[in-house]
Design a protein around this ligand. Structure first.
Ligand code: SF4
Length: 220
């Protein structure tokens, strides 16, 4: 790969974080187009929303580093941003996790408005999925409906939306159509108990197959 194609995904030093090492030749900081860093930095100052989100997030990182769980960091963020209407877009298969999170949030004085992925109960074939690709062909199987999840939360005028376990791609649609800023509480991984990083940590061992050009074969 030529140097001009190298980027942060090829970097092993991360010198942009503390300036205690050296920047690689291809560094996106030192090779940034003139003025672009300054121009983007001004956006945090010009937009009160972006500034508030950035500062609140950095304050939580600084104040609770390594002590608060993601559940707690999410609740701290909601409190410190002053959000009163908080939405959850949940996978229907993670309703019990959503119920539990809503109870925990309630205990901290935060009301959650949740919408499950199968809301609307529209059969998968309506958008063109072949009947044979349903998990149980011949039966009603509702499609995941992330655009409706976003619309219902938009109608509720939620100020902040949290994703609990939406599928890859369905989450993209939800984020694309949500008017409120979005964060993740649970990233779905059906194989690894919702811990997708485990595949990366295992890529030198049990998940060695990840380093080959092959992707898993479909089951049907
Ligand atoms: S900005 Fe530069 S130092 Fe930071 S991760 Fe990217 S390439 Fe590495």
């Amino acid at each position: 790969m030529s140097d001009s194609h190298l980027n942060c995904s090829n970097c092993t030093v991360g010198n942009c974080a503390h300036l205690k090492k050296s920047f690689p030749e291809f560094c996106l900081t030192t090779n940034a187009k003139e003025g672009v860093v300054e121009k983007v930095t001004k956006r945090y100052i010009r937009s009160s929303t972006d500034r508030k989100i950035a500062l609140t997030s950095a304050n939580i990182e600084g104040s609770y580093y390594g002590r608060a769980t993601r559940v707690e960091e999410t609740l701290l963020f909601i409190r410190d941003m002053g959000y009163k209407k908080v939405g959850v877009a949940t996978c229907v298969g993670l309703l019990s996790e959503c119920n539990l999170f809503a109870k925990i949030a309630k205990a901290k004085g935060i009301d959650i408005y949740g919408v499950a992925c199968k809301v609307g109960a529209v059969d998968k074939t309506v958008i063109g999925l072949d009947e044979s690709l349903k998990l149980s062909p011949g039966q009603h199987e509702s499609m995941c409906n992330p655009i409706l999840q976003a619309e219902l939360l938009n109608e509720e005028k939620t100020e902040f939306n949290i994703i609990i376990g939406l599928c890859v791609g369905h989450d993209s649609l939800f984020i694309r159509h949500s008017k409120a800023p979005v964060t993740y509480l649970i990233v779905k991984d059906r194989v690894l108990c919702h811990n997708p990083a485990a595949a990366l940590y295992g890529a030198g061992g049990y998940y060695r197959r990840l380093m080959t050009p092959d992707l898993p074969a479909p089951s049907k």
